[in-house]
Design a binder for this molecule. Structure first.
Ligand code: CU
Length: 106
């Protein structure tokens, strides 16, 4: 397949995804490493799943008050959550309040 054809195919899939029900939910990954969420801001589509992988040795949480809360995620473990509502969700680690990040659901 040529590069141009591949590009057209990708563009077509992206257009199909704009119509509800035609596109399977995607899974995104946020790494927790060095006391930071990476990326700090992630934008996903409604219905997508996000997996937070704790690469640190210490436990962390993914806590957006009133929206979602992972509870304790031990070092080396992960937690996933499907984003069902559109909006901007600021979240923190309840153990380390300096750890902040954002999920934007379109
Ligand atoms: Cu933490």
């Amino acid at each position: 397949m040529t590069g141009a054809r591949k590009l057209l195919l990708v563009a077509g899939l992206a257009a199909a995804c704009a119509l509800p029900g035609l596109c399977a939910a995607a899974t995104h990954t946020v790494k927790i490493e060095g006391m930071k969420y990476l990326p700090e801001t992630i934008t996903v589509q409604r219905g997508d799943k996000i997996v937070w992988q704790n690469k640190d040795m210490v436990p962390h949480t993914v806590t957006a008050k009133g929206s979602f809360d992972s509870g304790n995620i031990d070092g080396g473990k992960s937690w996933s959550h499907a984003m069902k509502k559109a909006g901007r969700f600021d979240y923190v680690c309840t153990f380390h309040p300096g750890m902040k990040a954002v999920v934007v659901v379109e």
